[in-house]
Design a protein around this ligand. Structure first.
Ligand code: FE2
Length: 444
């Protein structure tokens, strides 16, 4: 473009940002799918995961449905495959038996869709429909691809065989972090009405009043969790809820997923490599039931979603809620362990620049954090752009996780971002921190 008027600049920078985000997501999808051979791509590595080649073509199909057909009004590329890649039509366990596109066809398909999307992006106007205002649909699709990339990374973690992914280790701890932080009583704004790429379940912003509470200054570490294991925590029903104990018994749980006893100690396998546990690293691959049991054993509880978000966003000086614990600016590598730059959570104390004003560390990145809250719509919730994004999952079956993991891309991670999963799930990069009510002597 040679003739850009000054009032076109915001639009042009939005176009550039969208192109960058779509490109970054695609680079990651390519890395994750080219790391393995075709046999590995079409195989199901676990009944709770899709074959990687399903994720790949599903990414392209959603991009085609929303951007090419809905936003662009273009003729379909492959209408015949819509049904195959509809996540609601086929549970993950059934996907390998479907007549899916093979690796070559899937790659060609997502490439064709992307070429047409870039063509559309060149001329699209970001006005007139809510779907395109501020580039929302493009932002939604970039987030969707990155979310599937994180799911594909979780599939890699479940895959047997020699390691195929590598990354530098996360940064070391650079300063000690205290045990707990007191969050004073009062009102804060939860959710957002203004973040342009926030999804429907993060909206609208609304006031929430909380009594004073205390929250862990960092996620629960391997060392702390090991004390629970060593104390017989998995064998003592006192610490578990009824459904938690039932699941622990029927599934035979004795430790976090991927942990293995190694002589007198413990280690864990990560993307095909076995190593002793790192004591000050946040524990990962625990389900909600395990997190809840640990918290009871520790004399605490899991934070509610509102407590997690107030600790992450509330600025006691201005009284307003920030986009991130450190402020409103997008994450940099100094703030948080995001974006698959590393293949593990970082030890506690590795990201002092990412701490919240109250001194709560590593809320963003490292591990998704289970909260006590079921997944529900906020007051005034309105499904957008479709009910299946969030609303059909509302209810007590799911628990909310917050903050993103080392495998979450920054585009799909904010102080308001909400993830949800079943309480038994632990193949995701999930950990937790604890909270408790403040004692009267702490608030006097
Ligand atoms: Fe999807």
């Amino acid at each position: 473009m040679t003739d850009v008027r000054s009032d076109d600049r915001p639009t042009e920078s939005l176009r550039d940002r969208i192109a960058t985000e779509l490109g970054r997501a695609r680079d990651r999808s390519v890395r994750l799918t080219e790391a393995v051979d075709d046999d590995d791509l079409v195989r199901q590595h676990s009944p709770i995961m899709s074959p990687l080649v399903w994720d790949l073509a599903h990414i392209g199909n959603q991009e085609e449905l929303w951007l090419l057909r809905d936003v662009g009004g273009r003729t379909p590329v492959r209408q015949d495959i819509d049904e195959l890649y509809d996540a609601f039509k086929h549970p993950r366990k059934d996907r390998p038996a479907l007549p899916l596109l093979g690796p070559t066809e899937a790659r060609r398909y997502v490439g064709t869709v992307r070429d047409k999307v870039f063509d559309l992006l060149d001329g699209v106007r970001f006005e007139g429909r809510r779907l395109v205002t501020d580039g929302f649909a493009f932002g939604m699709i970039a987030q969707h691809e990155q979310q599937h990339d994180e799911t594909m990374l979780a599939t890699h973690q479940l895959r047997a065989g020699p390691p195929v992914l590598s990354a530098p280790p996360p940064p070391p701890s650079v300063r000690p972090v205290g045990a707990e932080v007191l969050v004073p009583a009062g009102r804060f704004t939860m959710g957002t009405s203004t973040d342009p790429w926030a999804l429907d379940n993060e909206r609208p912003g609304h006031p929430v009043d909380l009594p004073a509470y205390v929250i862990d200054a960092a996620p629960v570490t391997n060392a702390a969790y090991l004390a629970f294991v060593d104390d017989g925590g998995y064998a003592d029903p006192r610490w578990w809820s009824g459904p938690g104990w039932q699941h622990r018994s029927s599934a035979g749980l004795t430790a976090p997923m991927h942990w293995r006893r190694d002589g007198t100690g413990w280690g864990c396998t990560r993307f095909g490599r076995y190593a002793p546990l790192v004591p000050d690293e946040p524990v990962v691959h625990v389900g909600y039931h395990e997190a809840e049991a640990y918290a009871a054993w520790a004399g605490k509880r899991l934070p509610t979603e509102a407590e997690w978000e107030k600790a992450a966003r509330w600025d006691p000086v201005s009284g307003r809620s920030r986009r991130y614990p450190w402020g409103d600016e997008d994450p940099t590598p100094e703030h948080a362990n995001l974006g698959q730059r590393h293949l593990a959570p970082a030890p506690v104390g590795a990201y002092p620049a990412g701490a919240s004003p109250l001194g709560v560390h590593q809320l963003i990145g490292d591990v998704w954090e289970w909260t006590a809250s079921p997944f529900l719509g906020y007051p005034g919730f309105a499904a957008f752009p479709y009910r299946e994004y969030s609303e059909v999952f509302f209810g007590s079956d799911y628990r909310v996780l917050r903050g993103g993991s080392f495998g979450t891309d920054p585009v799909a991670c904010r102080g308001t971002f909400r993830n949800w999963d079943l309480p038994i799930r632990r193949q995701i990069f999930s950990g937790f921190r604890c909270a408790r009510d403040a004692r009267p002597d702490e608030t006097a």
